[in-house]
Design a protein around this ligand. Structure first.
Ligand code: GN1
Ligand code: MG
Length: 586
């Protein structure tokens, strides 16, 4: 960097740091999902995240990097910031310690020294020919615009950095835009919508009903027959019902869904808690997190909705769960969580691969594929058993999308979900090219299209529909709807794939949660070692007992999770282990 430019660079960093001083005693930590806190106090961290994102872009030769300003399912007063890497995924983990150090730099000089040292250590070619590009998105929170401004000032503190405000978006939209931009694909919001709508249509044009065949036999292989035996028979109910009520958590997801729902033939969507003025408060008594944790209907639902298929998004629309009110006499719901969405996707994809590779007759073209299922320790044990019974490969990672997504990329097709409803299906580029060539060959060979061809096309459509960058409630919802229609499954069929084992989650406040260290994808405590012995001893007292504890990455608590064959036993196991945690660390 030329001397005059270097001086300018130093001046800008000192200047911006003095505009956003860190209140003394304040600490930020780049946890499972970036920095989060009360929105009004977030400006110093968000400004520094702006500096960080611009440096990341310079480091990566000017590739676009993303900043999302959101606190997801948390209360409306909270806000947060996280950075998306050029592939649309979460920022590389080895930059997290720098993110922490930068956010906590006590004064402008300390901040400048940190940046200079980091630039040197990481070999960041600033001041060279690369400029930096940062795309920004934010959710509907009232502090969003204020924090956007702090982020812009941080980005502009890096010489040559260019910020592009993409507006109020769902988190997955921004991740999708970053990924698309770096792939040289059109990356506007209308391009995102077009991709969703077109691939949803493409999927339907390759379904048996659309093809004029109402005969499942055409697509039935031995494998599928075996799978169907595991699946409960349809009891009628809402079979093929087009009506879907979506709880938008009074956030951005409902707003976006309203914009595209008229284009989605095959499903009649009604949005509640849509984020419109006066309809309610963001995430308050509504949204995916509320429904999944409380197992009751969100605000705005009534006994008239009994029997209707419903879905719930979280405040930034990267989580999705489904539910169903089974009775008018209370507000309890039958829940389809991330594990069951994952199971539906896994079943569908395995089925298509099976049709492509062996549909009961001779096939002269095949497409070998490694299919991997990725879960965390919070996945209900019944879901894991179900997936394993299907002969699928199931692996575990620690909590947090950054771990799950990375693991899923190791397969030709990787499916991951957290129980709370965050997940997606990722397809390896090489596999997609093979799938495309196969579809092309099959389409030219069979005049009316073979079952093999249509299965290949359904997989292609699914790969375009489902967000490849990150879990996306809108694209996930459309893939669920497409698959249910394709399989002619009622909500009930889906719900009854397996029965969840009763479980309980508790939070324990301790002095220092980082004193708990875990191993084996967080299923075991390695420190303090006596804690694992106590957990093992308690768990041994219960049939189908399973229990683990871990420090939360987003809240100052230790989480305890327990499963057992009855609810009372799961509660009691969780309580006794929570007691040990309190006793040892409280
Ligand atoms: C048990 C649980 O639901 N944990 C959530 C929660 O992380 P914790 O590290 O458990 O606080 O927030 C994360 C970010 O939203 C999400 O990825 C994760 O699944
Ligand atoms: Mg979210």
């Amino acid at each position: 960097m030329a001397a005059s430019q270097e001086q300018e660079q130093r001046r800008r960093l000192l200047d911006v740091a003095s505009r956003f001083p860190l209140p003394s005693g304040r600490r930020f930590s780049y946890g499972t999902a970036g920095f989060r806190a009360d929105g009004a106090t977030m400006a110093p961290a968000v400004c520094r995240a702006g500096i960080l994102a611009a440096l990341r872009s310079v480091k990566l030769a000017g590739a676009a990097v993303g900043i999302v300003i959101t606190a997801s399912h948390n209360p409306v007063g909270d806000n947060g910031v996280k950075i998306a890497d050029p592939d649309g995924g979460m920022m590389a983990q080895h930059w997290e310690p720098f993110a922490d150090a930068l956010a906590n730099a006590p004064d402008p000089d300390a901040l400048l020294q940190l940046v200079l040292q980091f630039v040197k250590d990481e070999g960041i070619p600033w001041g060279g020919q690369h400029t930096a590009q940062v795309l920004l998105g934010r959710d509907t929170r009232p502090t969003g615009e204020y924090l956007l401004n702090a982020a812009l000032q941080g980005i502009n503190a890096i010489v040559g950095a260019h910020a592009i405000d993409m507006g109020i978006l769902t988190t997955p939209q921004l991740h999708w835009m970053v990924r698309s931009k770096n792939k040289g694909i059109k990356a506007s919001e209308s391009d995102y919508f077009t991709q969703l709508i077109d691939s949803f249509r493409l999927f339907f044009s390759h379904c048996p009903a659309a093809l004029g065949s109402h005969d499942g036999e055409l697509l039935t292989s031995n494998f599928i027959r075996r799978m169907l035996e595991l699946v409960p028979k349809d009891k009628g109910g809402d079979e093929l019902a087009k009506k879907l009520i979506v709880d938008g958590a009074n956030g951005i997801g409902g707003v976006k869904l309203e914009q595209i729902k008229a284009e989605l033939s095959g499903v009649d969507i009604i949005v509640r808690n849509s984020g419109k003025e006066g309809e309610g408060i963001l995430n308050h008594m509504c949204g995916a997190d509320f429904v999944q944790k409380e197992r009751v209907t969100p605000h705005g639902f009534s006994p008239e909705d009994v029997g209707v298929r419903c879905a719930s998004l979280d405040g930034d629309a990267d989580r999705l769960v489904y539910f169903h009110m089974s009775s008018a006499s209370d507000n309890k719901v039958d829940l389809v969580d991330g594990d069951k969405i994952l199971s539906l996707f896994a079943l569908f994809i395995r089925e298509q691969l099976d049709i492509i590779n062996n549909n009961g007759s001779q096939v002269n073209k095949s497409l070998p594929a490694r299919l991997g299922i990725v879960q965390t320790a919070y996945a209900n044990g019944a879901s894991t058993q179900f997936l394993k019974n299907l002969g699928l490969e199931v692996v575990f990672t620690p909590t947090g999308v950054k771990y799950l997504h990375k693991k899923a990329l190791e397969y030709d097709i990787g499916i991951y979900f957290e129980a709370n409803g965050h997940g997606t299906v990722v397809f390896l580029e090489d596999f997609l090219s093979q799938l495309e060539s196969l579809s092309n060959e099959l389409s030219s060979e069979a005049v009316n299209g073979s079952a093999q061809y249509h299965a290949a096309m359904r997989l292609m459509a699914a790969s375009q529909l489902i967000n490849q960058a990150v879990g996306d409630a809108l694209s996930g919802l459309l893939l669920v709807e497409a698959i249910l229609q394709y399989k002619r499954w009622s909500f009930q069929n889906w719900c009854e794939l397996y029965s969840d084992l009763p479980s309980r989650q508790l939070k324990v406040k301790v002095i220092d949660r980082s004193s708990i260290v875990t191993t084996d994808a967080e299923t075991k405590v390695s420190q303090p070692s006596s804690l694992q012995e106590l957990i093992d001893k308690e768990t041994a007292n219960y049939t189908h007992g399973r229990c683990f504890v871990r420090p939360s990455g987003t809240e100052d608590v230790v989480r305890v999770y327990a499963e057992a064959s009855t609810q009372a036993e799961a509660d009691s196991l969780a309580r006794s282990v929570a007691h040990h945690v309190e006793h040892l660390l409280g």
